[in-house]
Write a protein that binds this ligand. Sequence first.
Ligand code: SF4
Ligand code: SF4
Length: 128
Amino acid sequence: MDRPLFWGPVVNPYWGSRMSRNTVSPAAVKARSERIENQSRHDGWKKPPRRIERSECITCDSCLRSCPPEFGAIFDNGLDVVIVPELCSGCPACVVVCPVDCIYVDEDWSPTGPDLWSYVELTAGRPA
Ligand code: SF4
Ligand code: SF4
């Protein structure tokens, strides 16, 4: 049987059936903005954040595009792609799309510095 020419939209399984990049709830956007404002991670997140191993990353941005917008935790930072641990729920949608498998659990994460926060703050109030 021939394959159909159109397979339909790619659905990120971690967004849930009612969530997409265009339909992030206002509450989710607000919650992300508060995490940015407070520069703190959600206490209820049980999984540790992830980190990108810089020496292995090929900067393809696949992870950045896959991080659910209600988290919006991945950024281009100069030549590097980085995860802001305070925004990362550990879900782990980015891990499954990384072609070189260089995104690791980061149990001992360090707080994000002021330079990156300045950049991240520009994305507050809207889905990343
Ligand atoms: S683990 Fe989830 S929330 Fe964290 S950076 Fe990856 S996709 Fe985003
Ligand atoms: S998907 Fe993997 S290789 Fe691509 S930018 Fe993200 S961490 Fe780097």
